[in-house]
Design a protein around this ligand. Structure first.
Ligand code: 8YV
Length: 325
């Protein structure tokens, strides 16, 4: 076919997904495998009808003004704080994300971080690798209990609900949550979770996991004041976005013993990590990999591609974030 629509793939993705796109579109892609800065992105996106973004490329009024031919941006991520959706709607550009396909995988990882932080797994590994394991001691690397304790979830969307089920049904935990809106009774029942105020959540959770979207409202939702309300024996896990936690305040709380442990997959200003966190033994640090299984990342790439194909070829995106169709 001649005159295929032009599409930009903003970062290296699975070759087979790139091939699928090439069947339908004139594809340019960022083979350098590094994040383009806004100028590079705008330059590369000139004249394209669609962009496949990977969660970090900023789509805002400036980019939209530079790309008047743009019709859709398909984010290969469920979070879309890199999109100014209001500006996209005004510019009549469809925004899509990748919900559902990563829910269970991300919930698994969240739970892994709760376990790893509470049970001091990476600390234990460092201890062993450093050759320090030379005897048994009754309290050696003794951590906090997970099963049968209280699990707190801040943000009760798809991933929060999947974590609640793991906690309630797999680990016999009492599950409490706080969310912008309360779930309906049936969903609460399925998740075996009770709605509480944010204050009660902070004060009662033995393990608190953050699974809420990042926005100006959720910026530093966990800061000095919130950390002060948590139990000193508690663990905090963030698999949502950096910026939801005040990393400096968290490092200080961990250092002071005001919080027992933390598990962090996301950071303010990542891929840089605040140096205070790097030196603390009681924090498990992972490089934003909660959705990173091959199967899930492939499903995310395929869904992002299907959104481009669906909208540019058939006028219908599969998982739109704004109602333009
Ligand atoms: C990705 C994510 O790591 O889906 C999200 O919101 O943060 C992750 O799944 C990432 O953005 C890759 O596209």
């Amino acid at each position: 076919r001649i005159n295929k629509p032009a599409v930009l793939v903003a970062r290296a993705i699975f070759p087979e997904v790139l091939q699928t796109l090439q069947q339908h579109f004139e594809v340019t892609s960022n083979q350098a495998d590094v994040l383009w800065n806004p100028e590079q992105l705008a330059f590369a996106a000139k004249g394209v009808a669609g962009i496949l973004t990977t969660g970090s490329e900023r789509i805002d009024a400036a980019l939209l003004a530079a790309c008047p031919d743009l019709k859709i941006c398909a984010n290969m991520a469920v979070g879309y704080n890199n999109f100014d959706v209001a500006a996209m709607t005004t510019a009549r550009v469809v925004a899509t994300n990748t919900p559902d396909v990563l829910t269970e995988t991300t919930a698994d990882f969240g739970f892994a971080l709760i376990l790893a932080a509470a049970r001091r797994m990476t600390e234990g590994e460092h201890f062993l690798r450093a050759g320090l394991w030379n005897r048994w001691r009754y309290d050696m690397l003794a951590g906090a209990e997970v099963h049968g304790t209280t699990l707190g979830i801040l943000g009760m969307g798809r991933i929060g609900q999947a974590i609640a089920k793991r906690g309630a049904h797999g680990f016999g935990m009492r599950v409490i949550y706080h969310n912008r809106s309360r779930l309906d009774a049936v969903t609460e029942g399925v998740c075996a979770a009770s709605f509480v105020s944010k204050q009660d959540l902070l004060q009662q959770a033995d393990h608190l996991i953050l699974v809420l979207p990042y926005s100006t409202e959720s910026h530093h939702a966990i800061g000095v004041a919130e950390l002060a309300q948590m139990k000193p024996t508690a663990t905090l896990v963030n698999i949502a976005r950096g910026g939801i936690v005040d990393d400096v305040a968290l490092a200080a709380a961990l250092k002071a013993g005001a919080l027992a442990a933390a598990g962090l997959d996301v950071f303010e200003g990542e891929p840089r990590v605040h140096p205070d966190l790097l030196t603390l033994p009681n924090v498990v640090l992972t490089p934003h990999i909660a959705s990173a299984t091959l199967r899930t990342r492939r499903a995310m790439a395929q869904l992002a591609a299907a959104n481009l194909i669906g909208f540019l070829l058939h006028g219908k995106a599969l998982t739109p974030l704004n109602a333009l169709q």
